[in-house]
Write a protein that binds this ligand. Structure first.
Ligand code: X2X
Length: 338
């Protein structure tokens, strides 16, 4: 966070300028220049809503804040940006709870395979006691905090270049990319696949050069990252719901006076709710478009995949790792998982 106008004008040339400047007419007199980074393509609803949010924050603060959006891994990959936001070099960062799990293991609980049957369970949990529990863990065990309303990624589907995934047996030996998270590796090892952790910034090229044959992501990401150009099959597994905590560096945020903190908080949460609606609409409607671009789709039976995870001891292992307290909070919304 750049605190003074002089510093801003002097330092501006050294700053990587935001790809999508929100045309902040007030930038010349900003007291607080803040940087927000993410890993998604500019066309993903996360960035549409983030730029809209930034313009509102700049206007409502009457230019005292210059909120800058850096999309699409412009500041580095997830691993880089996580260390930047931890140190305060980056002020805000949106990150999957499962990748955050490398720093705050308890955060991974929202990604338990096949846990949330539908979005009513997701939002009841994430806007309820489970989200509150995870945010408490984040604040207690790191230099970060998370805003109340988690942003949406969606239900994840498996894509491959070689074959459709119809049953759990089709995952045996499959070289599949997962995000850098012990939880994701654990899930696909339970399926007897061969997971390789790769940051999202490198996924397209890793598929194109066949370093891996498969990956898994919601349709909105498959489409906006153009993964359909390097993947042939998409199997609707809905194996995990995933989101993005909108993370902030505590010390950076606390430097702002209360009135500016309120403007940022209100707009981040409001943008998150709008992003959720956009992502769900996209994920619900993209199959036809991706089919028209050559992808082959198949549906799957969740019970067969859930049974495989159960027989591999996946649920029992993670129940033990998360502990009874958090597992009970999760099951309050999902029902018994074991
Ligand atoms: O890395 C991924 O697959 C992505 C874009 O979905 C996340 O950020 C977790």
């Amino acid at each position: 966070m750049t605190l003074t106008r002089r510093h801003l004008l002097g330092g501006a040339s050294a700053l990587a300028l935001p790809v999508l400047s929100v045309g902040n007419a007030f930038a010349q007199k900003a007291l607080f220049t803040v940087k927000y980074g993410n890993n998604l393509p500019i066309t993903h609803p996360m960035n549409t809503r983030a730029n809209e949010m930034a313009a509102k924050i700049n206007a409502e603060s009457k230019g005292r804040i210059d909120f800058q959006v850096y999309p699409n891994n412009q500041l580095g990959n997830d691993t880089d940006m996580l260390s930047q936001v931890r140190s305060g070099a980056l002020d805000f960062f949106t990150l999957s709870p499962l990748i955050l799990g490398t720093l705050v293991p308890a955060a991974q609980i929202s990604g338990v395979g096949f846990a949330f049957k539908d979005y009513s369970q997701v939002w009841a949990a994430m806007d309820g006691d489970l989200g509150a529990y995870v945010r408490k863990q984040i604040a207690a065990s790191s230099s970060l905090f998370a805003f109340d309303k988690i942003w949406d990624n969606g239900y994840r589907q498996i894509t491959t270049g070689s074959k459709p995934i119809a049953t759990p047996d089709d995952l045996k030996g499959l070289k599949i990319r997962t995000p850098p998270s012990p939880f994701w590796v654990s899930m696909f090892k339970a399926f007897e696949a061969s997971p390789a952790t790769i940051n999202f910034a490198e996924v397209y090229s890793s598929l194109q050069t066949k370093i891996v044959d498969a990956q898994e992501n919601p349709l909105a990401i498959i489409a906006t990252a153009k993964l359909n150009e390097v993947q042939k099959f998409c199997s609707i597994t809905n194996h995990m719901w995933d989101g993005f905590w909108f993370l902030g560096n505590k010390k950076s945020f606390e430097r702002m006076p209360a009135d500016l903190q309120e403007i940022v908080t209100r707009n981040v949460n409001a943008a998150g709710l709008n992003e959720r609606a956009d992502v769900k609409k996209l994920n619900d409607g993209l199959q036809a478009e991706l089919k028209s671009k050559g992808m082959t789709f198949n549906n799957t039976e969740a019970d067969a995949f859930r049974a495989k995870l159960r027989s591999a001891g996946f649920y029992a292992e993670w129940h033990k790792k998360f502990g009874d307290e958090s597992w009970a909070i999760l099951e309050k919304y999902t029902g018994k998982l074991l």
